[in-house]
Design a protein around this ligand. Sequence first.
Ligand code: 13P
Length: 250
Amino acid sequence: MRKKIAAGNWKMNKNYGEAIELASSITNAQVPEDVTVILGVPYIYLKEINEIAKANPNVFVSAQNVHQKENGAYTGEISAPMLKSIDVPYVIIGHSERREYNCETPEILKEKVRIALDNGLDVIFCCGEPLEIRKKNEHESYVKDQIEKSLAGLGDEDMKRITVAYEPIWAIGTGETASPAQAQAMHKAIRDYLKELFGEKIAEETAILYGGSVKPSNAVEIFGQEDVDGGLVGGASMKTDSFLDIIKSF
Ligand code: 13P
């Protein structure tokens, strides 16, 4: 049985008061016992929201990024040992916005995945194609390449701590969602590829999340697809009611 995961990615949103209020209202809500809820919050709120989340055994925090080096002269960056030192359980690595605006290459992402795992962080690894690749019908090979370059070579114990998030870039923040069939086709392709790289057991156990304009009105159908194990949600995760509806969509 794979985990069912509803993960929110707040990106660079919410001031301090709003962040604490949102995290508290999600944590205090009834969450189905078999659903893992993850709040991807800005760094500066991690410690406090991590403490808040501990009141609900199903709710966890995640960092949205981590630096690839252990420590050193990298002004403004946050390291995996720092996240570990405040007990952060998850980190999102490879979001398309970071690949694009922060020039994160697959090779850098591979280093980030390694150092996160070495410091006991579970990784939500993002992949997904831009619109021009989808139009050329090259999305499967594009995403496989992203996975190959950043995850290939990980051991079984490492892979048990990886969740994959497929987020087609053309569906992020655009209101345009991949159809349930498009999502399922890609998730199946990813799972088949994980099988090639890591074997059947790991592939069957790895949760693959869909991201890109998930909302209460489409979550049931998307989460109902065989190879979709939940969502990584931006906009709709930042309102208590809509995120709770999504959490209850499995
Ligand atoms: P939206 O749900 O706002 O489209 O964002 C998706 C996303 O990028 C989550 O990481």
